[in-house]
Ligand binder design. Structure first.
Ligand code: GTP
Ligand code: MG
Length: 344
């Protein structure tokens, strides 16, 4: 098996309580430092980063993976964990094909951990749980970028017991919420059990395990649902409305279905009547860069889902974060405009 060009990139939402390490985990995966640049290290908007399969394979350190997995990469969505952002978390959850729920292994479950799990249950989204910050366990001896098991096996018995106890608290919390879970390496059937992966987003321990399990889940759960008809009209969601020098008002968008082209007519949700406008430019962030933080966008003629893309077009001033973006034709414009209006 090899990468199938006709498969849509799966969308992976990263969810969890404030400060449990969502942005740091994504920084580790993409090799960046977005978390450090955030005000008070608090994420306030949804972000999106495309990680090509080549980079995932390199991080996993196993070149044969590229032949075993068929997805072209993963589109990671970063969500804010602060309690004020429930609607953004819900939006991130609704978009996701797969999710990572991150929990600080030393703090355990907190209100937004539970809220994230409720959102995923509601949308029936397959997910893994990541037990982060294992490097903070007293006496932990870090092994940079190692797999979890390789590093765990090198720890003292006392440290192992400490980790196991904290780990089984998380398994217990999941059980109370109706989820059967086990350490990822002991899960035989990911349809029946949630895999829990102990990691450190700072030392990189366990990151390769997270990526491998995500690819496995994508393969197992999504193969049938990821196909797209390459030319179907694009459907997306507005992440953010932004003023850009030289471009005027633009919308950062997650395209989750179909294709969108320069020159297409789109309908965008707003508080009043939906906006009908023609795309002047499509701007793509570079692979591995966070759309929120990107400065060097590349102009492209078209993009296909799933992808984060900045759309420049006239009259976007009233566009609403969270609202739908739909590509229309003269035949569909009236019906789709009415649909978009009803969704606000
Ligand atoms: P919000 O977006 O505000 O919900 O937070 P977040 O979940 O994105 O957390 P963030 O990645 O900003 O991390 C919060 C703090 O925890 C930062 O100071 C990180 O450096 C620290 N941190 C994250 N992961 C780890 C880890 O594995 N080990 C240690 N020691 N610190 C970590
Ligand atoms: Mg964050």
């Amino acid at each position: 098996m090899a990468v199938n060009e006709n498969l849509r990139t799966p969308i992976v939402s990263v969810m969890g309580h404030v400060d449990h390490g969502k942005t740091t985990l994504l920084d580790m995966i993409r090799g960046s430092a977005v978390a450090e640049g955030e005000a008070g290290a608090i994420t306030q908007h949804i972000g999106a980063t495309e990680v090509p399969i080549e980079n995932i394979v390199t991080k996993c350190g196993d070149p044969s993976l590229k032949d075993r997995f068929i997805v072209p990469g993963l589109l990671f969505i970063d969500t804010p964990g602060h309690h004020a952002f429930t609607s953004l978390r819900s939006r991130g959850g609704a978009l996701a094909d797969l999710a990572i729920v991150i929990v600080d292994i030393n703090e355990g479950f907190m209100p937004q951990t539970i809220e994230s799990l409720h959102i995923l249950k509601r949308f029936k989204t397959p997910f893994v749980v990541v037990a982060n910050k294992i490097d903070r366990i007293h006496g932990w001896n870090p092994n940079k970028n190692s797999s979890f098991l390789a590093s765990y096996n090198k720890q003292s018995e006392r440290v192992k017991t400490d980790l196991d106890n904290k780990f089984y608290d998380i398994v217990g919390e999941l059980y109370n919420l109706g989820f059967n879970s086990e350490r990822f390496d002991r899960v035989g059937d990911f349809q029946r059990n949630i895999g829990v992966i102990p990691i450190s987003a700072v030392t990189g321990e366990g990151i390769s395990d997270v990526l491998m399990i995500l690819l496995g889940l994508a393969q197992k759960f999504l193969e049938g649902s990821l196909h797209y008809t390459a030319k179907s009209p694009g459907i997306g969601t507005v992440l953010e409305v932004k003023e850009e020098k030289g471009l005027g008002t633009t919308i950062d968008t997650i395209l989750y279905d179909g294709t969108i082209k320069k020159g297409d007519i789109i309908v965008v949700g707003s508080l009043g009547d939906p906006i009908q406008t023609k795309i002047r430019a499509l701007l793509k962030p570079r692979p591995l860069s966070e759309i929120k933080a990107e400065e060097k966008f590349q102009q492209v003629a078209e993009v296909t889902a799933a992808v984060g893309v900045k759309i420049s077009a006239p009259n976007l001033e009233g566009a609403l974060a969270g609202a739908p973006v739909r590509v229309v034709s003269p035949e569909t414009i009236d019906a789709i405009t009415a649909e978009v209006k009803s969704e606000i």
